[in-house]
Ligand binder design. Structure first.
Ligand SMILES: NC(=O)c1ccc[n+]([C@@H]2O[C@H](COP(=O)([O-])OP(=O)(O)OC[C@H]3O[C@@H](n4cnc5c(N)ncnc54)[C@H](O)[C@@H]3O)[C@@H](O)[C@H]2O)c1
Ligand SMILES: [Zn+2]
Length: 377
């Protein structure tokens, strides 16, 4: 795989879901064409743009100008930035605002923001008038490569993340890679963990390409669009085969079982962002797989070395303020993945690019692995 020349034409990635099929369009500066694209897709539609305060301040002007120049009427609904907005109160506010904006069955909701806005606005769209169509305009790297594709939407319950939600596919995803230029470096890097994940779980050639080209992905060169397109293609393929996660889609959870436990153990705070937890979780999944004799430690070390090279955490000692006790982590893992007679389901690896679902991992083995890791911190 070689680095592409500067991409001028947008890259189009189809998500083949029959009657619910849609395109992901990826390119620098795409926002300017949003109005024309929406007009072609849904002539005469009104639009409600849902965004958070930070993104609205930076980018809603350009989005509204693009819609206006295509003659599209739009309303703006703004919620506070951050995970806290994925709650019942904000969900109610967004639903009522969509109704107030007179957005009806043939109109569109536009989710302009990161994964929080995509999940919240997508879920509101799935409920108002028993289902409105919506367009994802993801503005974080995580949202461009992961959360905007695949139709999982929802909010958090007091008892856990994403427990209230629906599968509701967007009708279009517009990933304008220039929007990422304003993203804080730490958020960009955290999103990059999900980019590396696609290489680590199923595409060794892409991982090798990332090892060579990651700087250009960060810098916003043509490698950025290429990397996002590879990730979207991988996710689109998996989602087309297993939309509701009855099997293969679970591979996308590589690093997430350890990761979610660490993230929850740090109170979902900025001590450890989701992508950072996933990076550490993937490093642990590779080391755990090596310990089980599934791959060589040199191969596991290669996976970990790349994550560390971009500045992502790969060791429990990298977590500011330390990680919770192994007892707490094991409780959190058990909550995240149901324990069946002392066994857990994990995504393990046989090599870089060869992840698989293992339903029979002994909880004791995980505990002793974590004991060793946490003691060594
Ligand atoms: N639906 C799915 O399949 C799926 C998959 C993965 C994650 N998620 C969800 O995604 C959420 C995390 O998403 P996220 O990491 O994008 O978080 P986020 O939406 O909270 O965005 C992170 C921060 O970046 C700011 N921001 C966004 N775009 C910006 C830009 N272009 N410039 C400057 N600042 C910008 C936001 O205001 C926010 O403060 C979680 O709630 C998670 O559960 C969903
Ligand atoms: Zn994730």
């Amino acid at each position: 795989m070689t680095a592409p020349l500067r991409q001028i034409e947008p890259i189009q990635v189809p998500v083949a879901l029959g009657a619910r099929a849609y395109d992901i369009v990826i390119g620098r500066g795409l926002i300017a064409s949003l109005g024309e694209r929406i007009k072609t897709l849904r002539p005469g539609a009104r639009v409600a743009i849902v965004s958070d305060e930070t993104v609205a301040q930076l980018h809603s002007g350009a989005v509204e100008a693009a819609l206006k120049s295509a003659g599209i009427d739009c309303a703006r609904i703004v919620v506070p930035a951050g995970e806290g907005s994925k709650n019942y109160a904000t969900f109610e506010k967004v639903c009522e605002a969509i109704i107030d904006a007179r957005v009806e069955r043939n109109d569109l909701v536009v989710a302009l923001g990161g994964g929080v806005i995509g999940d919240l606005a997508g879920f509101a769209a799935s409920c108002v008038r028993r289902g409105l169509d919506f367009v994802q305009v993801p503005t974080t790297l995580l949202a461009q490569v992961d959360s905007s594709v695949g139709g999982k939407t929802g909010i958090n319950s007091r008892r856990g993340k994403n427990l209230i939600g629906a599968f509701h596919q967007p009708v279009l995803v517009i990933a304008d890679t220039a929007l990422l230029d304003t993203l804080p470096k730490r958020d960009f890097r955290a999103g990059y963990a999900e980019v590396a994940k696609y290489g680590l779980l199923g595409d060794a050639a892409f991982f090798a390409w990332l090892e060579k080209n990651w700087q250009d992905v960060f810098a916003g060169g043509s490698a950025r669009e290429h990397a996002i397109a590879v990730c979207c293609r991988a996710k689109a393929d998996i989602v087309a085969r297993d939309e509701r996660e009855t099997g293969e889609r679970a591979l996308l959870n590589l690093g997430h079982t350890f990761g979610h436990a660490l993230e929850a153990g740090c109170g979902f705070s900025d001590r450890l962002l989701h992508g950072e937890a996933v990076s550490l979780g993937m490093a642990l999944a590779f080391e755990f797989s090596a310990q089980k004799g599934l791959l060589t430690s040199a191969e596991a070390a290669r996976a970990t070395a790349h994550l560390a090279a971009v500045g992502l955490p790969t060791h429990v000692k990298d977590v500011r303020g330390g990680v919770p006790s192994v007892d707490i982590l094991m409780d959190l893992i058990a909550q995240d993945k149901k324990v069946k007679r002392g066994t857990l389901t994990f995504i393990l690896v046989r090599a870089i690019g060869r992840a698989f679902i293992e339903n029979n991992v002994s909880a004791d083995e995980v505990r002793s692995f974590l004991d060793h890791k946490v003691a060594g911190a």
